[in-house]
Design a protein around this ligand. Sequence first.
Ligand code: DGY
Length: 308
Amino acid sequence: MSVRILGTSPLVGPALTNLGARFPELLLAPFRSAEWNAALRETEVLVALVSESITEADLDAAPRLKALGTYSVGMNHLPLQACQARGITVVNTPGVLTDATADLALALLLALTRRVAEGEALVRSGQWKGWAPDQLLGTGLAGKTCGILGSGPIGLAFARRTWALGMVPVFWDREGQGGDVDFGPGRAPRMILSDLLRRSAVVSLHCPLTDQTRGLLDRAALELLPPGAVIINTARGGILDEHAAIDLLQADRLGGVGLDVYEGEPEVDPRWREAPRSVLLPHLGSATLETRAAMAGLLCKGLAAALG
Ligand code: DGY
């Protein structure tokens, strides 16, 4: 069977190449290049990266499209309803990036609270004069409450990590209020957002970007946090009001912000470059060799299944 598979770049590991060999042909062309646009007409399987927003107009331009795959678990960049209406199978990569993303959220949390970037810069600068009682003091985490927004697999995995640090996880999720969330080694209460924010020393975002979560942590919500609270976002830009977060950092109201994702990325609000107590990463949540290879394997397996 010959199937036109269109993507924009090789994926990690052999899975996409193997898919292309099994259902020739595989065409890789830069996103929205003339070649990519022209190829859409014959495309039956479209492979998108998390940075490539696919629109309903793209579906119009691809009348033979059977499956749309994304090399991500998040699907906020895909026209899901239009795909459903047209019977186009959508394939993503749930499960395999859970630990990698939770690990990166933890890395951001520890980097912020233990001032890792500042310490590293001090040593590299050659200006370090030696150990001092009050040098680069951070803040401890044991015994503090960690508010986790989202009780999906990544939120649960992050809860396990905070629990291992001696923190007390609490959850907000789409279920709303009431009941416990079982995160493995323990159970944690599910609460309304305002209650969670008022008591959390750390808030970490692990929910998808949807109409319900867009702007969830707006200025009013951020102002409910206790002074010195830390925010970690490895989920999606647009859930956190970055402008308000920078203002509150500059006003010494927030203790730190660690970001792996940004509204409008790869554009980053230039104010972040000067923002105090912030650690900024370039969307690395799933970026381990093992995870990216597993994502490619899962995606291509799903696409092959969709082709029958
Ligand atoms: C995802 O999978 O949604 C991440 O943001 C990219 O790996």
